[in-house]
Design a protein around this ligand. Sequence first.
Ligand code: AGP
Length: 610
Amino acid sequence: MCGIVGHVGSEQAAPILLDGLRRLEYRGYDSAGVAIHSGGDIKLVRAVGKLKNLQAALEAAPVAGTVGIGHTRWATHGRPSEVNAHPHVAGPVAVVHNGIIENHLALRARLEQGGAKIVSDTDTEIVAHLVHEKVRQGADIESAVRLALGEMHGAYAIAVLSKNEPDRIIVAKSSSPLVLGIGEGAAYCGSDIPALLPYTRDMIFLEDGDMAVLTREGARITRVDGTKVDRPIKHIDWSPVMAEKAGYKHFMLKEIHEQPRAIEDTLRGRLDRENGDVHGHEIGLTEADAKAIRRIYLLACGTSHHAAMTGRYYLESIAKIPTTIELASEFRGRDPIIGEGDLVIAVSQSGETLDTLMAAREAKEKGAKVLAIANVIGSAIPRMADAAFYTHAGPEIGVASTKCFTTQLANLLMLSIWLGKRRGAVSDAQGRELVEGLAKLPVQMREVVLGTRQLVANLARRYRDARDVLFLGRGLSFPMALEGALKLKEISYVHAEGYAAGEMKHGPIALIDSAVPVIVLLPKDRWYDRTFSNLQEAKAREGQVIAIATEGDAAAHGVSQDVIEIPEVLEALTPFLTVLPLQLYSYYVADFKGTDVDQPRNLAKTVTVE
Ligand code: AGP
């Protein structure tokens, strides 16, 4: 986890670094710091806690200088404290780092034997001392970093300053994300795109094993072994405003409201309404690939796993391809039987989740083809995959994933239609029905968000002190029940469970009493009657039943305490609508409780540890 940022140019570095760190705070927020070349020295300012503490420290003692690096931390080695906060300094060298150096203990022992005074518990300080060792032996900072990297194993994105060479930043990456930004007379680095967006849209995505020297003239990129490489500059068309709150109280609320637009952007240019098909050019698979698939494995974590569960329904019922779904963290290490003819779909908003990356890599090594569904262009998973089918949700800043989730559903459904058409499983009429249904979604999603938010806020106020909340659903609504529960847990810290409604009677029904809100997903679909019976069972145990049901469902109104209505849509499209009130519910409960909605405790947006 952690976020890093760097700037070399003619503007003052401190405000640029602070601004970049603010945009990266979702990656970790237990301490932050900057190191800036100033008056012939490197000035270090660090503070425990949120970024505002660092900002206050810099306001109290401003640091002038135009070259600097910054870091926002999510602790892995050593508790959150000022001494463990980055940047770490050894002699003339200052380092920020995102990742884990696996052989840090052996390196620490060797460096300490040589007289190094290591003051923190972090693996990053070891990097600083290692680079310092090489500088002491006569290397310039670029060579020193290169030599140090040769001795380190693990995941890293680093940015390094040397007091002796104040015009440059040395950066390198392996497994952790790092983007370079190229401006006019300036160069930047950051853990992701939004950190750099206000300054430049021209970005370079480093590959694992790359390092670069950033100066006012731009970026010179080499492999760690010194070989020169060219990495193309990509123009990113996200506007900085897309990464701001735009008047909403929290990023999460803004991102919930942005979903109709995110779906529109994700569908744009991909629906072939004339032929009831999907244009496949952005999917990255050939017609021959589509026909050759024997089995599909979906790999993902957290919310992306819930999207993938929905994807399994699509791939089996629409494309008619046998599909297995796996938690990426469970897939590895159990010797899955997978190989040629299998397609692995790795679903990840960030494209950087380490469990998903490693699981997909293992599948690829065993001969499977890997298709990534990701939102962040140029991130690690799409880069390692054979093909990438991007969602276009724009940057998602709230730690709780919302708009990326629904755009993942859109990509999975489009992929299923495209595969089904290629394999003769989807008729033109069925294709047309699905494609037309998808095209109408943005309007219907807007209707649901705007039309239900007041009722949902009232329910959230009424039940905000409930100790437990249950979410029930069958079929396509089961992953939504899991997602509703995950959202509530992660941002409001309320205990919640999502269940397949049919499983209730096998145990969990014992939890229900008059204090427990039971949210039942009850759209008009093939599971309706059975879910309706489960709803009645919950009501008979005095649960406070809230139904999410199709407009005009008098039966649902007759038995539920409250009903949140969604428009009638094709069965396959119900998840796009039923999940919206669930996202809003978790948001309002969290807001009433006063939790840190966008940066909930103990979490980070991108999980780059196993
Ligand atoms: C979502 O609200 C979560 N914060 C989390 O479960 C997330 O979906 C998971 O960590 C996977 O992330 P990814 O989509 O970036 O791979």
